[in-house]
Design a protein around this ligand. Structure first.
Ligand SMILES: NC(=O)c1ccc[n+]([C@@H]2O[C@H](COP(=O)([O-])OP(=O)(O)OC[C@H]3O[C@@H](n4cnc5c(N)ncnc54)[C@H](O)[C@@H]3O)[C@@H](O)[C@H]2O)c1
Length: 396
C-alpha cells in the first residue's frame, strides 16, 4: 500500500471494468489504479490516459497478478470469471468480481473454496443491494411493515434487451449459460435477500420468441464477439426492426421461473427482452400487507404499501418517496465500490455476500435446466456446510 492508497489492478479494463475502475481511482484518497489488463490494445491506450502514464498495462493476466497489488477488479465477460477469479485469489488478493459470479454452480463453489483456502477476500458485484429503493424495501420488510413475507413476484422489463444482450457474446449459451443467469442473477439475489431464504426448488418456462427470427445478422466470428455500444441508438422500436445482432443466438428472450425458498416463501420472476420500457417491478406479499416499487431510482421513484382491504386502490396506504442518488445504477456503483475498498482493507461484514451470489447462480442454473427440459422441477444443490460456515462468519 503506497501512500496509504490501495494499489488496484483491473482485469477487463474496458466496458464495465473500466467504469468501475474510473470510480475507484482516487489517488491520495484511498485507492489508485496501477495496473490494467485487457485484450483490446485501444482500451489499454485509453487506460494510460485515464490512470496516468505510469499505469502498468498488459494483455497477460499473470503479468498483472505478479505486480505488487492489494486488490483486483474483475470486469470481464461472464465466461472468464471462474478462471480469472481463482487465479487472483490464489495470489491472495482481495477481488471485486462482477456478477454473475460464474457460469455454473460448481464453478461458483470452486471460487468460494479457493477464497477460503487462500484466506483471500472475495466480493461479488451485486450492486442492486446498494440501490436506494431495494434498501428501503429491505428496511420496511425487516421492520415487519408487511408482517411475515410469504411471496414475491418480480416482473423484469428489459427494454434495451436487444441492444445489450443480443448483439454480442451475451447471446450465446456457451458464454452466459442463459439470461436467467446473466441478467436475473441480480433479481434472484434481491428476492433471496428480502425474503430471507434461498431457493431449493425451481421450475421455469421460456423460449427464443423474437430475436431468433431477425435478419441482417453480423458475420460469424471465431470466439466471443465484443462490441462497443457507444454510438448505438437506444430508440429503435419495435424490436423487430433491430439489425446487426450476433450471428448466433441461442439464449431465450422470454422466460419465467418459480422458486420455493428454504423458509417456505414462494417467488416468481418473469423476464422479457423486448418491452418498450426498461425497469424491474417487485411485489412482496406478507401476512399483514403488500409492498411494491414504482421506478428503480429515476426521478419519481416510490414505494407503495397496502395494509387495508380494498378494491383497486392506486395510492396505497403508505407512500415512500425514494430520493435520486448520484452515480450510475441509481447511485449504487459508487456505494458498492466504497464498500469493496473498505472490505479489501479491513474485511468484515458487507451488504453483498459471496455465498448469496453463489445461491443466485445455483437457482438460475437450475431454472435454466428446467426451462430447457420443458419446465421440469429441479432441486437446487446447497453449498457445502464448511463453505457456508466460513462465509457466514465473514470469510477472510
Ligand atoms: N453489476 C452491473 O450492474 C453490471 C453492469 C454491466 C455489466 N456487468 C458485468 O460486467 C461484466 C463485463 O460486461 P461488459 O458488458 O463490460 O463486457 P465486455 O464485452 O464489454 O468486456 C469487458 C472488457 O473485458 C475485456 N476482455 C475480454 N476478454 C478478455 C480477456 N481474456 N482478458 C482481459 N480482458 C478481456 C474486453 O476487451 C472489455 O474491455 C459481465 O460479467 C457483466 O455481467 C455488470
Amino acid at each position: 500500500m503506497k501512500n496509504n492508497d490501495l494499489q488496484l489492478g483491473v482485469i477487463g479494463s474496458g466496458g464495465r471494468g473500466g467504469h468501475l475502475a474510473r470510480i475507484a481511482h482516487n489517488p491520495g484518497k484511498g485507492a489508485r489504479v496501477v495496473a490494467c489488463c485487457d485484450i483490446n490494445p485501444g482500451t489499454l491506450a485509453r487506460n494510460r490516459t485515464e490512470f496516468g502514464r505510469d499505469v502498468f498495462t498488459t494483455h497477460d493476466i499473470e503479468a498483472l497478478l505478479n505486480r505488487p497489488l492489494d486488490a483486483v477488479i474483475i470486469g470481464t465477460p461472464d465466461f472468464l470469471h471462474e478462471d480469472q477469479a481463482i487465479a487472483a485469489l490464489q495470489h491472495g488478493l482481495a477481488i471485486y468480481l462482477e456478477k454473475p459470479m460464474a457460469l455454473t454452480t460448481a464453478a461458483c463453489d470452486r471460487i468460494l473454496a479457493t477464497a477460503k483456502r487462500h484466506r483471500a477476500r472475495l466480493y461479488v458485484g451485486h450492486n442492486m443491494r446498494h440501490m436506494a429503493f431495494v434498501k428501503k424495501m429491505k428496511e420496511l420488510i425487516d421492520a415487519g411493515a408487511i408482517g411475515e413475507v410469504k411471496a414475491c413476484w418480480c416482473r423484469h422489463f428489459v427494454g434495451h434487451g436487444g441492444d445489450f444482450y443480443f448483439r454480442d457474446w451475451h447471446a450465446e449459451r456457451r458464454y452466459t449459460t442463459s439470461l436467467l443467469l446473466q441478467k436475473a442473477a441480480h433479481d434472484i439475489d434481491v428476492i433471496h435477500w428480502l425474503c430471507g431464504g434461498y431457493s431449493r426448488v425451481v421450475n421455469a418456462l421460456g423460449a427464443l420468441t423474437l430475436y431468433g427470427d431477425l435478419p441482417g445478422r453480423k458475420p460469424p466470428v471465431k470466439g466471443p464477439r465484443h462490441i462497443n455500444l457507444q454510438g448505438v441508438k437506444f430508440d429503435e422500436y419495435p424490436p423487430a426492426t433491430l439489425r446487426g445482432l450476433n450471428h448466433r443466438i441461442d439464449v431465450e428472450d422470454l422466460s419465467s421461473m418459480q422458486m420455493q425458498l428454504d423458509n417456505g416463501v414462494f417467488a416468481t420472476y418473469a423476464q422479457c427482452h423486448y418491452t418498450p420500457d426498461y425497469w424491474r417491478n417487485y411485489t412482496f406479499i406478507g401476512t399483514e400487507g403488500r409492498l411494491e416499487n414504482f421506478g428503480n431510482g429515476e426521478p419519481g421513484t416510490h414505494l407503495k404499501l397496502w395494509h387495508h382491504r380494498s378494491n383497486y386502490q392506486a395510492k396505497g396506504d403508505r407512500n415512500y418517496k425514494i430520493p435520486m442518488e448520484k452515480g450510475s445504477h441509481g447511485g449504487a456503483d459508487p456505494k458498492i465500490l466504497a464498500e469493496f475498498l473498505h472490505y479489501a482493507r479491513h474485511g468484515g461484514h458487507t451488504a453483498t455476500s459471496p455465498l448469496a451470489a453463489r445461491e443466485s447462480i445455483a437457482a438460475g442454473c437450475a431454472a435454466t435446466d428446467s426451462l430447457r427440459a420443458g419446465g421440469k422441477v429441479q432441486h437446487v444443490p446447497a453449498p457445502q456446510p464448511a463453505l457456508v460456515r466460513w462465509f457466514a462468519q465473514g470469510g477472510a
